[in-house]
Ligand binder design. Sequence first.
Ligand SMILES: Cc1ncc(C[n+]2csc(CCOP(=O)(O)OP(=O)(O)O)c2C)c(N)n1
Ligand SMILES: [Mg+2]
Length: 353
Amino acid sequence: MSKADNIVRVMSPGGSQVTDHSVSAERARSLYETMVLARTFDEKAVSLHRQGRIGTYAPMAGQEAAQIGAVAAMPDRDYLFPTYRDHAMFLQRGVDLREVLLHLSGEGNYIDHEDPADLTTFPITIPIATQLPHAVGVGMAAKYKGDDVASLVSFGDGATSEGDFHEALNFAGVFETPTVFFCQNNGYAISVPRERQTASATIAQKAQAYGFDGVRVDGNDVFAVYDVVSEALENARNGGGPTLVEAVTYRKGAHTTTDDPSKYRDESDAEDWRLEDPLDRARTYLEEEFGWSETDEAATQEWATETVREAVAAAEDHTGLDPGEMFEHAYADMPAHLREQRRQLVDEPQVDH
Ligand SMILES: Cc1ncc(C[n+]2csc(CCOP(=O)(O)OP(=O)(O)O)c2C)c(N)n1
Ligand SMILES: [Mg+2]
């Protein structure tokens, strides 16, 4: 049996451990706290979109363990290539929440403050799978230079149907690049279920065709994801070449704030363990192993709510955008209806319309 046929777990879905695990109390708490922050942020972002305060948002609720476990395994010097759904990856990476929100409201992003020479957290990509060849290229460059780094690229199950996925894995296999391909298999690519995406039994097994290991991990088990990704990154840095990690998880919410999943999916189709909340599982583990109390829980929830509230206030205090600018650069002679709109918005905004 190859590694790709098993699923790696630390926590059993119903609670308690299935494998020996040596995570420290400090790390376990910190991973859980970031998961709570991510969930709180996610819920707030959905409501900010509903109120017209940010643009379209791709919720990640249900995928916190996969995203946070993977990034927690990365030293700062390793390169991260995230996607449009990876907000929790940014939080674990230490990117300021205010910056994440500014980006979502169309006002630049953290990259604006980065010296390109220090850039290790790349901007999100929206075109599916285009970031995979980039991650391989950066890994190849690092290998040529003899740098002790690896790159981790995140993508979804749908991305595995793109040419870029196959080209990237092929190159990585041939040139043994220090790349971890981190697939969050959340069951759907918008409305397309995993079964319609590929006839392979697993996504992890695809690695075999390119000459390297694929590993399937329970993506709702933050400790298992952390272990699997740590090992894959270490192997990559030590000259062992790439690994494909399939983190099996479930998107609890909609594809984006402009989607209605009730039109195409029935949650009873997913295996029960995939529907189990990754936060509940981590909290149960903390309670069983480290005496996590109701007071700890209440304090964490309060801290997360307050941190998100402050970040929203800080982002909305930012006055970088001039609303008048949206009327510029399109017409040499502005049509009458736009002149009227500009008058209402820019010239006489106090008038009641
Ligand atoms: C090249 C390209 N084709 C199509 C799209 C439209 N699109 C946006 S998200 C998405 C589904 C991607 O699914 P998956 O890779 O499973 O990631 P998930 O959204 O589930 O996280 C598609 C087809 C796109 N962004 N880029
Ligand atoms: Mg998907």
